[in-house]
Design a protein around this ligand. Structure first.
Ligand SMILES: [Zn+2]
Length: 351
């Protein structure tokens, strides 16, 4: 320790700029320089760049994570701005993919962090390949629909990857960090709870997002500092000033299909996405081939707005967003039959 350095409590192996930048968190003894060094050499992956994902990414980059990969398939919309970090009105106007808008802003916050934005969908058939390519040290859940967490639970178990589940719907949030020493998500629930249903027509308030993210980051800090995950399932309800912390360590299910020794993965590698799928309310997702993006002028209707990643179309008075990978979100569809008929109609027009 150099007696006249002015940073006497810092480790000599941290350079002084880094030590100064992160001194407020390294002086917190339970995290310390040890935790900071672990964070600086860690590669984390954030799944989703919506409300949870954008805040997780911002905080981890501010704290000095070594490398961060962010995966998302959406563009920034005005209705995102009330709760999602770092995006602005220009991003929404330009229909920028969230991962690219986010990566630009994160680089301005901390240029030392290696940021890897992946503009793509996460599916049961691509997730294992994605994670074996990226090789992260930990996965952070920033998704807004519940079912995909069971997929994370399977793939992370298979790859031995610790992950932190976080969910926010309406006024409530849930956090649980899983390293498979205790119960996994499937041990705790065999199917998505009613209250965990989530979609664009559901409400969510910013304080829930911030609280869920706080606890997810705290679990990351605990893990990296060597304390380990808390083993607590936490439910937060900030509007009513309530929260509940439940010790679930004894709830490991010996017959759990995922972590009970059979490693029977029911979702992983199985379900291909459907051609026509109901999303939220009157929105349906259609899947075309990726080359249809370049031939979008063949669709009946007209193109209102375009950029290299996405085209906004008007199809018989319905608004549709066509993505580079051939996905199309169509709004204003009354029922599944109408959706199927419209899909076939569009498909015919492309031939
Ligand atoms: Zn389990």
């Amino acid at each position: 320790m150099m007696p006249h350095s002015g940073h006497t409590e810092e480790s000599p192996s941290m350079n002084s700029a880094s030590a100064d930048r992160f001194s407020r968190q390294t002086r917190y003894a339970p995290f310390g320089v040890k935790g900071q060094k672990a964070l600086e050499s860690a590669h984390l992956i954030v799944m989703g760049a919506g409300a949870l994902g954008s805040h997780l990414a911002e905080q981890l980059v501010r704290m000095g994570v070594g490398k961060l990969t962010i995966v998302d398939m959406d563009i920034v919309e005005i209705s995102n701005l009330h709760r999602q970090a770092l995006y602005d009105e220009a991003d929404a106007l330009e229909m920028r993919p969230k991962v690219y808008a986010l990566a630009d802003k994160l680089r301005q916050i901390n240029s030392e962090v290696e940021i890897q934005p992946l503009y793509q969908e996460i599916t049961p058939t691509n997730i294992e390949r994605l994670l074996t390519d990226v090789t992260p040290d930990m996965l952070l859940d920033g998704m807004d629909h519940f079912a995909i967490r069971f997929l994370f639970n399977e793939v992370c178990h298979k790859l031995g990857l610790p992950w932190v589940y976080g969910a926010a719907v309406g006024g409530k949030g849930t956090i649980y960090a899983i390293d498979y020493t205790g119960p996994c998500l499937r041990c705790l629930m065999s199917e998505a709870p009613e209250t965990a249903e989530s979609c664009a027509i559901n409400s969510v308030i910013p304080p829930v997002i911030l609280q869920v993210v706080s606890y997810q980051i705290a679990e990351v800090m605990r893990y990296l500092a060597g304390t380990g995950f808390s083993g607590k399932l936490l439910t937060v309800d900030p509007f009513n000033m309530k929260q509940q912390s439940m010790d679930v360590s004894r709830m490991k299910n010996p017959d759990c299909p995922v972590c009970g020794g059979q490693a029977a993965y029911e979702l992983l590698g199985v379900a291909e996405p459907k051609w026509v799928e109901g999303s939220c309310g009157d929105t349906y997702v259609f899947r075309f081939k990726s080359q249809h993006f370049d031939n979008a002028d063949l669709f009946p209707g007209h193109i209102l707005k375009t950029n290299p990643y996405v085209k906004l179309l008007d199809i018989d008075g319905r608004s549709a967003t066509l993505f580079k990978d051939g996905r199309m979100n169509v709004h204003g569809i009354e029922d599944a039959e109408t959706a199927e008929a419209l899909y076939q109609h569009l498909l015919k027009a492309m031939k």
